[in-house]
Every structure is written in C-alpha cells, then in structure tokens.
Design a protein around this ligand. Structure first.
Ligand SMILES: [Zn+2]
Length: 343
C-alpha cells in the first residue's frame, strides 16, 4: 500500500513538473495521454490495486481519485491559458489593415420625382386615402369619353395625345384610374393615383412629353366644395409648411363642375414676391373641382345620392419648386452628377 501511495505521489510530481513547461495545446494533449490516458502512468499504477487487501483498497482508491482530479483540474487550467494566448496571437497576426482603400459598392438613391410622389402620397394616406394604379396604355373611352370628352371635343385636340390606334392611347392624365375605380367600387371612395402621363409636347425647360401626376378622388354622401378646400389647405400645409395659404381661381375642366386652379403662397417669399414666384407671391400647383354628376353616372354612381371632389397635382412642378430645379429636362437625363444631390 505504501508503495502504491508513493508511486501516485511521484506521478503527480512528474506531471506537475512537465506541466510547467507546456507551451502549446498539442504539448498539453501529449501530457494528458501520457499521465491520464487509458494506457497512461496513473492507470498503470491503479492496476496494481488488485494486490491490496479489502481494507486497504478504499483508502488507496480515495487517494488515487484525489490525485487524478487534482491533475485533471491543473491540466484544464493550463489548457485554458494556452487557448487564450493562442487566440490573442491569432488576433495580432491576422490584424486587418483598415488604412487600405476599399472598393465602395456603387450606391443608388431615390429619384427626386419619386421622393416627392412618396411624400405627397404619405400625406394623403394619413388622411385616409389609399393608392390606386392603372395602365399607362389606356382605352380612349376611359381617358376621354367617360370624363365628358366625347369625340370631336376641342379639349381632345388640345391635349395632343399619343395615339397607338384609334381607340388606344398613352394616357394624357391619371384620371382614367379614377374611372376604373369608380366603375368597380361603390362609395365611399377615397383614392390617390400617382403615375406617368404622356402628351406630345415639345421638350423644353418647362415641358416634357412624359411627366407625372398625382390625382385624388373622394366620393361619398354630402361631399362639398368646403371639404375640397379644407383637404387642399391641409395638404398644402403638410407639404410646404404650416404658414402656407391657398388661393382658388375659377377655371374650366370638362370632368368637374365647378372647377378651379389652386395656387399656394410662394415657398420662397411667403407671398411678398420673389424670383421663384416671378413676383406674383403665388405659385400654381394643382387643378381641382367637384366631380361632374355625369362623370359619376357614367361610372355607375348615383349623383342624386353621392357627390365628390377630384384634384390633380403636377409632380414635376412641385419637385422643381421644392428643390430649386430650373430645367425640367434635368429630371429625365439620368445624369448622376445631378441625381446624387438628392440622396
Ligand atoms: Zn416668391
């Protein structure tokens, strides 16, 4: 028994001596195998326990267990220390040189026209409107006839529309979307229709054959001109600032009655006159009016019960005013030097 005990303590001493010199995790593993492994020195000694008496065995067994667990925990401590050191070394050796220039991926940005469209649509969505969309290639009947512009109507000539066939054309306004919604839905209807429209205007600094509109339509019982004015005033304040005023001037549109053009007080000078408003103090931003009863009727809505208002906002004009853009062509040239300014 004494002999076995001696052997155990010798093994422990030898183990601790070697452990102090361990530098790498593979060295630590070699020591584990040599002393604590299945064919290790400790195991070999314990095999000799068979020669002990039944009284001696538990005593030596206890010593052997203590020695083993002591050795194991010391080895574990060394392994942890080595792993931490190896990690630190890896971090130092693999340090990334952040002073090297990288390859920046090309970044896009929202087009200024679509930023304005998003902003206007957000305002109306907060007022309970939903977005409606329709085709850009449209039937003559939706674009004209059902908006009280029958064949031969002078407004149809004025519009200088891009016809594809006699009956199919590129829509000259977004109003056909309103017709399409009205013929499928009974009031209350509360929609805004943003989109591209086409007229065969020659391209110059203020005209483009392609441009964008946002039209709005509200149809319900007892909708009045007062509701229209209130809604537009709210919209103008949200988009152009709390002090913005609106002004209505009588106008004629075939699809609304009464109709008006709507000016807002100039965002540059607040109404006193400046270069932006050409000293008028006011800037025209939209057309509006009460939906003509015949237009409602042609789309299956009873004008005896329902009434509604509609308005149309020019997106280009709004964006140009908003961002101080002086030439409409800049919006369509896709010149990155221009577009990058609106990121
Ligand atoms: Zn002004």
């Amino acid at each position: 028994m004494i002999q076995i005990k001696e052997s155990l303590l010798q093994i422990k001493d030898a183990f601790e001596g070697q452990l102090n010199n361990v530098k790498t995790s593979s060295e630590a593993e070699a020591i584990r195998v040599r002393f604590l492994g299945k064919k290790g020195e400790l195991t070999a000694v314990l095999r000799g326990m068979g020669t002990l008496s039944t009284e001696e065995r538990p005593v030596v067994g206890q010593i052997a267990n203590d020695v083993r667990s002591d050795m194991e925990s010391k080895l574990q401590g060394v392994i942890h220390r080595i792993e931490a050191e190896e990690n630190d070394r890896t971090l130092v050796e693999q340090k990334i040189d952040i002073t090297l220039p990288g390859n920046a991926p090309p970044m896009g940005g929202r087009h200024p026209l679509y930023k304005v469209i998003d902003e206007i649509c957000d305002i109306f969505m907060n007022l309970g409107y939903s977005i409606a969309e329709g085709p850009e290639i449209e039937f003559d009947s939706y674009a004209f006839e059902r908006l009280r512009l029958p064949e031969g109507h002078p407004a149809r000539d004025e519009q200088d529309t891009f016809y594809i066939t006699d009956k199919i054309l590129l829509r000259p306004q977004t109003s056909p979307v309103q017709v399409r919604v009205m013929e499928k839905t009974q009031p209350p209807i509360k929609i805004v229709c943003p989109g591209k429209v086409y007229r065969s205007d020659a391209l110059d600094s203020t005209h483009s054959p392609i441009f964008h509109q946002i039209e709005g339509l509200f149809v319900d019982q007892h909708v009045t001109m007062g509701d229209l004015i209130g809604s537009l005033r709210l919209f103008a304040r949200k988009l152009f600032g709390e002090d913005t005023k609106i002004r209505l001037r009588p106008h004629h549109f075939p699809f609304t009655e009464p109709s008006c053009e709507v000016d807002i007080s100039c965002w540059g000078c607040g109404g006193t006159g400046c270069r932006i408003c050409k000293n008028e103090g006011w800037i025209e931003v939209l057309g509006a009016g009460m939906v003509h009863p015949e237009v409602l009727k042609m789309s299956g809505i009873d004008p005896e019960i329902y009434s509604g208002f509609a308005f149309g906002i020019g997106v280009e004009r709004t964006a140009m005013g908003r961002y101080g853009i002086e030439d409409i062509r800049l919006l369509f040239e896709n010149d990155l030097r221009f577009l990058r300014q609106f990121r």
